[in-house]
Design a protein around this ligand. Structure first.
Ligand SMILES: Nc1ncnc2c1ncn2[C@@H]1O[C@H](COP(=O)(O)OP(=O)(O)O)[C@@H](O)[C@H]1O
Ligand SMILES: [Mg+2]
Length: 212
């Protein structure tokens, strides 16, 4: 496996419209201001091969794939993203911040589509090994608020957004349960706050957990 001890890996998680992309940009400039070299990336995608798989996942009708196929595609893209983008950047000593990572697969395919945790963990071990984020920020907000925000910026990537309200409720509950299971890795932030207040909370968490 690639040497990657020097850098850090921070992931932002949450439902549609939670503010992940907005906060990735804020976190990037703050970390750069602290003197760190930063790679900002996203999942699914984040490398040329993984972006090809992303298109299969985020476009088209909701019933295109079942939960297991979706999970396989996400983990294929994730492995490619880690090998091509994340691990090389970390080996260069960079701080890598990713808009979504494996918790999204557990939340959407696991809690949302009923894929079991055991299957998730097997796929994780196969595709990712024992690598974990150093810190995960969960942006938590009511489903209604998130979907309304997402609708305002709607493009072609509507496959997940078009799933029923009950699905998104399961995803939200799933994310909160994941964070509760792994409190050393995860910090939950109230994403109904202002963009500035959330950015400050994220900076506080990064300082406290990673001595940025
Ligand atoms: N804290 C916030 N309060 C109000 N609107 C926000 C906030 N954060 C982001 N937005 C807006 O909501 C929409 C979705 O935000 P985005 O960062 O794209 O969410 P995500 O990447 O989690 O789907 C964007 O139009 C963004 O400008
Ligand atoms: Mg986004």
């Amino acid at each position: 496996m690639t040497a990657r001890a020097a850098g850090r890996f921070i992931t932002l998680e949450g439902g549609e419209g939670a503010g992940k992309s907005t906060q990735i940009a804020r976190l990037r400039s703050w970390l750069e201001g602290q003197g760190h070299a930063v790679t900002a990336t996203r999942e699914p995608g984040g490398s040329p091969g993984a972006e090809m798989i992303r298109k299969l996942l985020v476009e088209g009708p909701a019933e295109r794939w079942d939960g297991t196929t979706e999970a396989l595609l996400h983990f294929a893209a994730r492995r490619e993203h880690l090998r091509s983008t994340v691990w090389p950047a970390m080996a260069r000593g960079e701080w890598v911040i990713s808009d979504r990572f494996a918790d999204s697969t557990m939340a959407y395919q696991g809690y949302g589509h009923g894929l079991g945790r055991a299957v998730f963990e097997q796929l994780y071990a196969l595709a990712v090994g024992d690598f974990r984020p150093d810190l995960t920020i969960l942006l938590d907000l009511p489903v209604e608020t998130g979907l309304a925000r997402a609708a305002a910026r709607r493009g072609t990537e509507t496959r997940y957004e078009s799933l029923p309200r009950a699905f998104h409720e399961q995803v939200r509950a799933g994310f909160r349960e994941i964070a509760a299971r792994e409190p050393d890795r995860c910090v939950v932030i109230d994403a109904t706050q202002s963009i500035d207040a959330i950015a400050a909370a994220i900076e506080g968490a990064v300082r406290a957990r990673l001595a940025a």
